[in-house]
Design a binder for this molecule. Sequence first.
Ligand SMILES: NC(=O)c1ccc[n+]([C@@H]2O[C@H](COP(=O)([O-])OP(=O)(O)OC[C@H]3O[C@@H](n4cnc5c(N)ncnc54)[C@H](OP(=O)(O)O)[C@@H]3O)[C@@H](O)[C@H]2O)c1
Length: 310
Amino acid sequence: MFDKLKDYSIVYSFDQTGFKRHARHFSALNPTAVAGKHFLVTGGTRGIGEAVTRGLLDMGARVTVTARTDKDFNTAFADVEGVHFVALDLADFAQVLTASFGYFDGVVLNAGGMPDQLTIIDGQYDTIFASQVVGHYFLMRRLIDERRIKPRSPIHWVSSGGMYLQKLDLSDLSWQQKQYDKVKSYANAKRAQVILNQLLAQRIKGYVFSCSHPGWVGTAALAEALPGFTNKLGARLRTPEQGADTILWCLEQGIKLKSGNFWFDRKSRKTHPFFWTREREADRLALWNLLETAWHNHQSIEPRAETSVN
Ligand SMILES: NC(=O)c1ccc[n+]([C@@H]2O[C@H](COP(=O)([O-])OP(=O)(O)OC[C@H]3O[C@@H](n4cnc5c(N)ncnc54)[C@H](OP(=O)(O)O)[C@@H]3O)[C@@H](O)[C@H]2O)c1
């Protein structure tokens, strides 16, 4: 009862005390479920993605990690075996469609951030939506089309609890009609990921789609994007390893998971605790159509079209 109240408080659920309380019911991950397998982790060079990568390596898997630069990779994984780097800017669709990849037993779509500056990609989206939703969708779509993800493999989206207060809004993804708001854009992209995970589970059979949020984790992204919040929470923030736990658990569970569910601390969770964030079926369809149309339009690969604003 008291634990339930703490969960409702959000703060005592998303923070480190929440993780420790929930983890009392966790059992150790089974390394044999992932050993010898090959995973792709976007944004695997630092923060939560680095912790996912380390967790997979510790269990005997091989990992390909992507990021825009290899700076953090070279620091984090110098002399570490079984891990390989591919440079990939997810907001550069030409790169997403041409980067060289192997074959995978699981994919973690983790890369993300909250840039202060508005940069418009393809004349249609800000960088947040372009990289976290469109770029990840193209990457996943391409890997599936090229049969680079083995059938029945897990495909996991790393969303955020920030999406709980956000209703999907596709009306002005390049911020032409309103002042750019990075927090709102981020929450909208994370809401889109949650919906997409459900749509993919309905429409693409043969893979296990899952999505999670990691709680509040002390990483470079959080410190840069929300310094006041980071200072306030201080030591109460989760460690990257705690943030990575549910992602690793979803990969380990594999086909035991119901495709399309949303997870937090190894439990399936509601995606709409508040009725006012519920999207209409037409909005879900609009998201799907937007991504499929963009995907088909990019089949003849074009150079990046980028406009810097302010
Ligand atoms: N930290 C939290 O409290 C928290 C809470 C909820 C959700 N999340 C989510 O968890 C994920 C990981 O976040 P984090 O806190 O671990 O962040 P982080 O420490 O800043 O790591 C982000 C990773 O993504 C890469 N990346 C960023 N933008 C990219 C782009 N446009 N294209 C390709 N790679 C890109 C970064 O490398 P480069 O900069 O070299 O590209 C880095 O490897 C994100 O999706 C984030 O939204 C985090």
